[in-house]
Design a protein around this ligand. Structure first.
Ligand code: SAH
Length: 351
């Protein structure tokens, strides 16, 4: 017998095909898909399916499940942070952010990360595995269900892939997730409401460009020259700025979509006037946007955030140089909403 299929990772057409191959009428796929997105995961509760079919479904498919481990609400704003346990005991984190335009969720794409950025809380713990499409979707599902207990009309409108993991290092599963989350019969989240953040895997940026999905690309830049970026982000040794920046420009030219560059300011490391000048050289003259954030002081890398004044001064230098720069509002500061921090606490407790 074939292995059971992960139902939530399949497109409705694929469910339909498996059903017809097994002698079941194809239209049942639509009913099953609808149940899944109404939150019903137990085949026995899919009451418009005949009993023998429900039994058959149990042989063909399994439905991935999460255990809700923890949910922490910020007292400063509406940010909530979630920790989930996957079926094999791994942990992932997600964050719910509230904006004027709706609710946005920040999702993890891997349990751990293998990119090794020196400033990042996810790096210290190493890499466990890629998440399957279902496991990325279930983060939205679990948050929606938790919130709907208080507000039945709650709905996630935006998705950012900026949690734990490097989305483009889990390329196929992430692309499948994007296409699934966009499905009208599912969550129906528009591509333009989805951002994907990468540390700069150049060949995958080029692949993403060819997918033709109008998602927003964020690139974690953090340094304006190779020497400094090498010291902060090992990925830069593999794909240095002279490859990354042309790939970004090409992405913008081909897709017409403006890239957002993330830049975490570390005091006396990457926030000097010289760095601002270099950034203007790198990003000036083409369509992009730069998001400045004070570095989150995690781990023992010695990185310190500057003052609000330092941040504003750096931003002013960039603007004077013609760049489109903004200082990103930090949400959920009291619940360490920045990625990796909960999983780290939890895994430390495990060992
Ligand atoms: N791997 C992807 C997405 C996950 S990290 C990426 O690298 O883009 C999400 C964002 O948080 C990235 O921009 C990352 O560089 C940033 N980040 C990680 N640790 C940080 C810290 N300590 N302070 C500020 N930003 C941090």
């Amino acid at each position: 017998m074939n292995e059971k299929q992960d139902l939530l990772s399949l497109y409705p057409e694929e469910i339909r095909q498996i059903l017809t191959e097994n002698g079941v009428a194809g239209y049942r796929a639509g009913q099953i898909f609808a149940w899944l997105y109404r939150g019903v995961r137990d085949f026995d509760q899919m009451t418009d399916l005949p009993l023998p079919l429900r039994e058959k479904l149990k042989d063909l498919f399994y439905v991935e499940a999460f255990r809700d481990e923890a949910c922490i609400a910020s007292r400063l704003d509406e940010t909530r942070k979630y920790l989930f346990t996957l079926s094999d005991g791994e942990y992932v984190e997600s964050v719910l952010l509230s904006y004027k335009h709706g609710y946005s969720v920040c999702l993890s794409t891997q349990a751990g990360c293998r990119m090794g950025c020196r400033f990042c809380a996810s790096s210290g713990l190493g890499f466990a595995r890629h998440l399957r499409p279902s496991e990325i979707l279930l983060q939205i599902d679990a948050i929606t269900r938790e919130r709907q207990r208080e507000d039945p009309s709650f709905r996630v409108s935006h998705v950012v892939l900026m949690g734990i993991g490097e989305p483009l290092d889990n390329y196929d599963n992430v692309i499948r997730f994007l296409k699934l989350v966009n499905r009208k019969e599912g969550f129906g989240i528009g591509y333009r409401n989805i951002s994907l953040s990468t540390c700069g895997l150049v060949p995958r940026i080029r692949d993403l460009e060819r997918e033709g999905l109008p998602v927003t690309l964020s690139v974690s830049l953090h340094a304006p020259n190779n020497a400094l970026r090498d010291s902060m982000m090992p990925v830069n040794r593999r794909y240095p700025l002279e490859e990354l920046i042309p790939a970004c420009r090409e992405f913008t030219r081909k897709t017409g979509r403006r890239i957002s560059f993330e830049y975490a300011l570390i005091h006396n490391v990457n926030d000097t006037p010289r760095c601002a000048e270099e950034l203007i050289g790198l990003l000036g003259g083409w369509m992009n946007h730069i998001n400045l954030i004070p570095v989150n002081e995690t781990g023992n890398n010695g990185y310190k955030a500057g003052s609000r004044g330092d941040l504003a001064a750096f931003c002013a230098l960039l603007e004077r140089g013609g760049l489109n720069a903004t200082i990103r509002r930090t949400l959920g500061a009291d619940i360490s909403a920045a990625c990796g921090q909960l999983r780290r606490t939890k895994s430390a407790g495990k060992g």
